[in-house]
Design a protein around this ligand. Structure first.
Ligand code: SF4
Ligand code: MG
Length: 326
C-alpha cells in the first residue's frame, strides 16, 4: 500500500508560565492513499495538536515541533519553513477545522471564499475558476450552484455551510484532507449526511483523510483504520475491525466500554475511572498505569514498547510484550 504520509516520532512541546507541556510524545503512524484514518482519544490527548503539526500550524513560540520525519509523499514536512507550508496549505493538504460554523467570512460571498484558494495556488482563467466552483458545489450536493455563488454565509443553514467548507477544502484537489471534529457542531441527521458526503467524495476523488474525533459512532461509520491516542502517544493502531473487535490496550477496551452499543441499547455507560496524567510531568512508565485495571509493577517503571499483533495492528502495552506475555 502506498503511504501518503509517514510520521515518525513526532514530539510537540509548548512553553507555558507553568513549565513545558509535552502535548505529543513520540507519535508514529502512516496514512495510506485513499483511506480514512481516524485519530481518537479524550480531549487533550494530542490529536488536534498532531494534525496542526502536520499542517505547520503550531506557533513557535510557544510551540516546538520535532520529528524524525513527517514525510508527505516525497517531502519531509519536519524541515519545512513557514513559507514552504504556505505553498502546500489548502493546495496539497487541506484542513477542516473544529468549528465549521465560524470558518466562513460573513462579509464575503460563497463564490469569493470558494475560489480564493484556486486563485492563489493555480494559474487558471476566471471562466475556469467559475466552472470549478460550480463543479465543487455540485459535488457537495448544493442545488442551483450558479446562484449560490453570489450568496452570503447567513443565507445558508448549518449543514449547507458545512458542505461549503468542505467544498473550499477540496477545490484545489488536495491529496490529504484533515478534518478535526467536522460534525461535532451538527445535529445527528445532518451529521450522517456529512459523513456520507465524505465517503462519497473519497470514492470520487481518491483523497486520503485524517479524521480527528472523540466520537466512536462517527469512526464506526467512515474509518478504515483507527489510531488511539492517549497522553500524547499513539497507544494502539489497527483496522476498524482490529480496534472494535479485538482491542488489545486496556485504554482502548475502556473507551469501547464507555460508549453505548446500538446492539445493546440497555447497557450502561462505563466511564474510565481517573484522569489522564499531567503532561507537564508525564510518568516514567506507561502513561495509563494509574488508571489501568491490569497494571503490573513494570508498568509504573518502564514505558512499554510497541508490539505488532498483525501487519496493521500495533499496541504499546506490557501485556502484549513477548518478554512479559507467555
Ligand atoms: Fe496497563 Fe501496563 Fe498495559 Fe499500561 S502497559 S496499559 S499499565 S497493562
Ligand atoms: Mg481537539
Amino acid at each position: 500500500m502506498e503511504a501518503v504520509l509517514t510520521i515518525e516520532n513526532l514530539q510537540v512541546e509548548f512553553e507555558t508560565f507553568g513549565g513545558s507541556v509535552q502535548a505529543v510524545r513520540g507519535a508514529s503512524f502512516q496514512l495510506f492513499k485513499g483511506e480514512t484514518l481516524a485519530i481518537v482519544g479524550e480531549s487533550g490527548c494530542g490529536k488536534s495538536v498532531t494534525s496542526n503539526a502536520i499542517m505547520g500550524l503550531i506557533p513557535n513560540p510557544p510551540g516546538t515541533v520535532k520529528a524524525e520525519k513527517i514525510m508527505f509523499k516525497d517531502k519531509d514536512l519536519s524541515t519545512f519553513t513557514k513559507k514552504q507550508f504556505r505553498e502546500i496549505q489548502g493546495k496539497d493538504i487541506s484542513m477542516i477545522f473544529q468549528d465549521p460554523m465560524t470558518a466562513l467570512n460573513p462579509t464575503l460571498t460563497i463564490g469569493e471564499q470558494l475560489t480564493e484558494g484556486l486563485k492563489t495556488h493555480k494559474k487558471i482563467s476566471s471562466a475556469d475558476v467559475k466552472k470549478k466552483a460550480i463543479e465543487m458545489l455540485n459535488l457537495v450536493g448544493l442545488s442551483n450552484p450558479e446562484d449560490r455563488l453570489k450568496q452570503y454565509p447567513h443565507q445558508f443553514s448549518g449543514g449547507m455551510r458545512q458542505r461549503i467548507v468542505i467544498a473550499i477544502a477540496l477545490i484545489c484537489e488536495p491529496e490529504l484532507l484533515i478534518a478535526d471534529e467536522p460534525t461535532t457542531a451538527l445535529d445527528v441527521t445532518i451529521q450522517a449526511q456529512i459523513l456520507e458526503l465524505f465517503a462519497e467524495i473519497q470514492q470520487r476523488t481518491g483523497v486520503s483523510i485524517i479524521l480527528i474525533t472523540h466520537d466512536l459512532g462517527v469512526v464506526a461509520k467512515i474509518a478504515d483504520r483507527i489510531a488511539v491516542m492517549y497522553a500524547g502517544q499513539v497507544i494502539e493502531i489497527g483496522t476498524k475491525r482490529d480496534i472494535f473487535y479485538n482491542p488489545q490496550h486496556p485504554y482502548t477496551q475502556g473507551l469501547l466500554n464507555s460508549v453505548p452499543r446500538l446492539d445493546l441499547m440497555e447497557e450502561e455507560l462505563k466511564p474510565i475511572d481517573g484522569t489522564p496524567p499531567d503532561l507537564f510531568a508525564p510518568p516514567p512508565g506507561c502513561a495509563f498505569a494509574a488508571r489501568c485495571p491490569k497494571a503490573m509493577i513494570v508498568c509504573n517503571k518502564v514505558e512499554p514498547d510497541t508490539t505488532a499483533i498483525n501487519e496493521f495492528h500495533q499496541v504499546s502495552c506490557w501485556l502484549q510484550d513477548p518478554r512479559v506475555k507467555q
